[in-house]
Design a protein around this ligand. Structure first.
Ligand code: NAD
Ligand code: MLT
Ligand code: K
Ligand code: MN
Length: 355
């Protein structure tokens, strides 16, 4: 029996609902496999924890997470209780930084039975590699003076090391997937960091002459993801651009509630963290309407990472069987609840074990 220790951080809002769903699916996957155990430890960190303790997670929280094989997170944020920049930087971004999760990998593709809002989605299948440690997400800056003289300064940080790491990972991924890399730039408007980004992209591209490359300004790239998403394979983007492109990726799949992500520590020095792209969705929290597919697909990516790719693939196939049968939450045009979709995925998985 192989035992995997998984630190689970449901977080806030629908994070709790989709986490419980994904844990049920993972337990079912372990049952049908027969040779693995997923040992979940749930941590109650998040906005409610903040109200009680003045922190999103305990002082030694990062040290606790380092003891696990992976971290599995739902969503963080409850703007009624805690300002969003405090909740995000106090937990999600803190974990990304302190566990050195410098890459955020976010696929988007057409899933069976889910209608894209696009007229001709043409079976797109792309993956965004988001630089996850710096860029536009930076603490460098501040606010000075008051009243009409008040000034806010926010500096973007682009290091050669992190830029090159993200771009190189994108090329390695493209070699595996067999096709091309698109770089998200904005070197016409952002005059220092983006020409620097382009220069490093071109340097790395020169080492991969057999991979087709192009640089596209982020504004045009956003439009192309709507008009011809099937022309993209791997897209590499800075932290903010990658953030925006991946909600767009979710939207063209049918809902941002479907999109998964892996926050990777590329050297394996610390555990990697897996979380869906979406947030805590306060508008639907507690109503049983949350789409569990983003968290469940994220679980499938986590199994790939843990060396169980067949089990990961079985989970994703089970999801597509269920959506193919029309068992879906309201965000993708269905009438089923989170629990009904989850139960259907678990029973589709059990059926696989019977054959
Ligand atoms: N990684 C994260 O934990 C993360 C990501 C984004 C936003 N947030 C936080 O979440 C809170 C809400 O942010 P937001 O409203 O901008 O983004 P959001 O992703 O929470 O919600 C945007 C819209 O998508 C819908 N949606 C999202 N996930 C869904 C799902 N699984 N099923 C069905 N519908 C779903 C919501 O109902 C809402 O209408 C804020 O506090 C924000 O900071 C956290
Ligand atoms: O990185 C962020 O800004 C938080 C959230 O929007 C995300 O995409 O993970
Ligand atoms: K999330
Ligand atoms: Mn986002």
């Amino acid at each position: 029996m192989k035992n995997f220790r998984i630190a689970c951080l449901p977080g806030d809002g629908i994070g709790l609902e989709v986490m419980s769903a994904a844990q049920d699916v993972l337990q079912t996957a372990a049952e049908i496999h027969g040779g693995v155990v997923f040992d979940f430890t749930n941590f109650p960190w998040g906005s409610d924890y903040y109200v009680e303790n003045g922190l999103m997670m305990p002082e030694d929280g990062i040290r606790q997470l380092k003891e696990f094989d992976t971290v599995f997170l739902g969503a963080v944020g409850n703007p009624k209780l805690v300002p969003d920049h405090i909740s995000l930087w106090g937990m999600l971004i803190k974990i990304r930084r302190e566990l050195e999760l410098s890459l955020n990998v976010r696929p988007a593709r057409v899933l069976r039975g889910i209608d894209s809002p696009l007229h001709s989605p043409n079976d797109f299948n792309f993956i965004v590699v988001r630089e996850n440690s710096e860029g536009e997400y930076s603490e460098a800056g501040g606010v000075i003076h008051n009243g009409p003289d008040e000034i806010a300064v926010q500096n973007g940080i682009f290091t050669r090391k992190a830029t090159e790491r993200a771009i190189r990972y994108a090329f390695k991924l493209a070699k595996k997937r067999g096709s091309k890399v698109t770089s998200a730039t904005k070197s016409n408007g952002i005059v220092h960091s983006m020409p620097f980004w382009d220069r490093i992209f071109n340097e790395v591209a020169a080492e991969y002459p057999d991979v087709e490359t192009r640089s596209v300004h982020i504004d045009a790239l956003s439009a192309f993801l709507v008009t011809k998403p099937e022309t993209f394979d791997v897209i590499v983007a800075s932290n903010l651009f990658g953030d925006i492109l991946t909600d767009l990726g979710g939207a063209i799949m049918g809902s941002i509630g479907i999109a998964p992500s892996a926050n990777l520590n590329p050297e394996g020095k610390y555990p990697s963290m897996f979380e869906p792209v979406h947030g805590s969705a306060p508008d639907i929290a507690g109503q049983g309407k949350a789409n569990p597919l983003g968290q469940v697909w994220t679980a499938s990516m986590m199994l790939d990472h843990l060396g169980l790719p067949e089990l990961g693939a079985a989970i994703l196939e089970a999801c597509e069987e269920v959506t193919g049968e029309g068992i879906k939450t309201p965000d993708i045009g269905g009438t089923s609840s989170t629990e009904e979709v989850t139960a259907a995925i678990c029973s589709a998985l059990r059926k696989k074990a019977d054959v």
